[in-house]
Design a protein around this ligand. Structure first.
Ligand code: ZN
Length: 145
């Protein structure tokens, strides 16, 4: 029988001034986490995000150049090109409580303070593959294990 089950949990804060996405990737790679869930909250000094244009099938980057709360960060870790790959989205809010968000990019999002939890799963490898209809590197079609 094969199914996914909880393995290790890594919990703590991301150091001030380090990049949010790159820090998660570093933790995943250093600990060889091939499958996991990432959640977090806190604040960034600014942010670099992307929006996936479904017509053009490409990411459009944008920057939010102000300190913002991380209302919610949710992401996953799986395998892409043989290595741990982080896919994370964030909802951020400004000083008026207005929310913006998107797909978190590497670089450009220095942390002010962030508490993260990475839950590692044990089970069959989940490998991203190119999906022609979306232009994205997606997980395989869902299945029950
Ligand atoms: Zn995304």
């Amino acid at each position: 029988m094969s199914s996914y089950s909880a393995k290790r949990t890594i919990i703590g804060h991301v150091e001030k001034g380090t990049d949010l996405y790159d820090s998660i990737t570093r933790i995943a790679q250093q600990n060889n986490i091939m499958l996991g869930r990432v959640t977090g909250l806190g604040a960034v000094q600014k942010a670099k995000l992307a929006y996936y244009d479904q017509k053009e099938m490409k990411y459009k980057d944008f920057e939010l150049n102000e300190p913002m709360e991380i209302v919610c960060m949710y992401g996953n870790i799986s395998v892409k090109d043989g290595r741990p790959f982080v896919h994370a989205h964030v909802a951020l809010s400004d000083g008026k409580g207005n929310a913006r968000g998107g797909h978190l990019l590497p670089g450009g999002s220095p942390v002010f303070a962030c508490e993260i939890t990475i839950e590692e799963f044990e089970g069959p490898e989940l490998v991203r593959g190119f999906d022609e209809r979306t232009g994205l590197a997606l997980w395989p079609k869902e299945k029950v294990l």
